[in-house]
Design a protein around this ligand. Structure first.
Ligand code: SF4
Ligand code: SF4
Length: 446
């Protein structure tokens, strides 16, 4: 049964408290040098890939559009550095697939200080022009979701948004780039929130920040006037506090009905990094050419938050932080929902919020052994969606994938990994659920 929402710490029910390893949260953001070559995929967002508009041998300026958006659900791509187009074609990506990419040989002697820009008076834009300007920045969801920002902010005429929820939870262990953005780019963030409120029609915004980041909360509070329509609210430090539905429940006590979007309860959710870049790039009329991300993990000698040009190969990035030779396992994103990658030749993209490196001796060898379910119920106790992961796991083992969806709400699972994390038998529950969903999707197509 749900607890009454009033008079309690802002949080959700269930969830876990993993070791957070947030040491980099106290380190200021630093800039990394440009790699000799940048590999810039044409599809770094959900939707249609961008269309290349440069040719091999062509010189490009930092910030210049090198690929244009292909329709509304698409984004342009900007040159992350001044240099020359060396190749256009398939290159490796983090997903393991080869994807269409533009390779730029960077002019190392160039100071890279010039950005192609067209400053604009954002206040004078109407909603339609504002959405177009947001699309021009090339910003996708920088928390990792990679949904084009302008699409997410497009509210249908028959929908009313009463609250913009700004996600500053950053509940994944190790990641602290959102934390540093809130501390160091507070004005950008507040400006970006204003643009998002204007375009979505939301009359107020609430920034939810986990209570392990008191300096971020203080920085935002200090920057907001007393009568602001933007509030900042501390929420309990608990994983997965930053998932859209858990965050909405924690801040507003509203439950998003199964299968529906947050707009069904009058809410739009955006990540702090996305809005801070919107606040920075939109008035400057610039495109997204770099991002702040966390590089951390036991194999990293110089962990921290770095400004990294889009397209930087991971090998170069890890060399800069003293991790290239010792790293045996690399995770993009956080350890709970991130993706393990098998090649260092893939580039940083718009959605890369973190790069975590682990050495061989730091890998959890013991956990590779899987035992039978002992019906302890731990997974049920932590699932934020109130599912029965134990039963889902038993059905997955029998490959009864349709049953998992029809009777046990597999589609409500958002793969947070809490159940796998607590399972004493080390059953790879979340991996099983991913496979089951993929098979169900394939069956639905046929
Ligand atoms: S991965 Fe799915 S089933 Fe497991 S705890 Fe998260 S939402 Fe629940
Ligand atoms: S936590 Fe693991 S062992 Fe315990 S009930 Fe769930 S699946 Fe079974």
């Amino acid at each position: 049964m749900r607890l009454p929402f009033f008079n309690r710490t802002a949080t959700f029910e269930h969830g876990i408290h993993p070791a957070y390893h947030k040491e980099t949260g106290s380190l200021p953001i630093r800039r990394l040098p440009f790699a000799p070559r940048l590999i810039v995929p044409l599809s770094q967002h959900i939707g249609k890939p961008a269309v290349c508009c440069v040719s091999v041998g062509q010189e490009v300026l930092r910030g210049q559009v090198i690929a244009t958006a292909d329709g509304f659900v698409s984004l342009p791509v900007h040159a992350p550095a001044t240099g020359v187009v060396e190749a256009i074609g398939f290159m490796p990506s983090a997903s393991g697939k080869m994807v269409d990419s533009i390779t730029i040989r960077v002019y190392q002697a160039d100071p890279q200080s010039v950005m192609v820009s067209a400053p604009r008076d954002v206040e004078s834009l109407d909603k339609k022009a504002l959405l177009a300007a947001i699309q021009d920045t090339g910003i996708s969801g920088l928390g990792g979701a990679t949904f084009p920002a302008h699409v997410k902010l497009s509210v249908p005429p028959d929908v009313t948004i009463d609250t913009l929820v700004v996600n500053g939870a950053e509940c994944e262990p190790f990641l602290t780039c959102d934390h540093r953005i809130m501390v160091e780019r507070t004005q950008d963030l507040i400006r970006g929130i204003g643009y998002a409120m204007k375009v979505s029609g939301a009359p107020r915004a609430i920034i939810g920040v986990e209570d392990n980041k008191p300096d971020a909360i203080a920085a935002i509070q200090a920057a907001l006037p007393a009568d602001s329509t933007i509030q900042v609210k501390a929420i309990e430090t608990k994983y997965p506090q930053g998932a859209e539905e858990t965050l909405i429940y924690a801040l507003l006590g509203r439950e998003v009905p199964a299968g529906q979007r947050p707009a069904a309860v009058g809410v739009l959710v955006n990540n702090v990094m996305t809005l801070a870049y919107l606040g920075r790039l939109l008035p400057a009329g610039e495109g997204l050419v770099e991002r702040v991300l966390t590089v951390a993990g036991p194999a990293v000698e110089k962990p921290g938050n770095y400004i990294v040009p889009i397209g930087t190969p991971l090998r170069f990035l890890l060399e800069q932080v003293g991790a290239a030779s010792s790293a045996k396992e690399i995770i993009l994103g956080g350890p709970m929902m991130g993706m393990t990658i098998s090649s260092l030749d893939v580039p940083v993209t718009k959605g890369t919020s973190g790069v975590l490196a682990f050495g061989k001796s730091q890998l959890p060898q013991e956990e590779a052994r899987v035992y039978a379910c002992i019906k302890c119920g731990e997974c049920v106790n932590v699932c934020p969606k109130f599912l029965n992961p134990s039963q889902l796991g038993l059905l997955a083992a029998k490959r009864e994938y349709a049953e998992m969806a029809e009777r046990y709400n597999l589609d409500r699972c958002f793969e947070c990994g809490c159940c796998s994390y607590v399972c004493p038998s080390h059953i790879p529950l979340v991996q099983q659920f991913r496979i089951a969903k993929a098979i169900n999707r394939e069956k639905a197509k046929s």
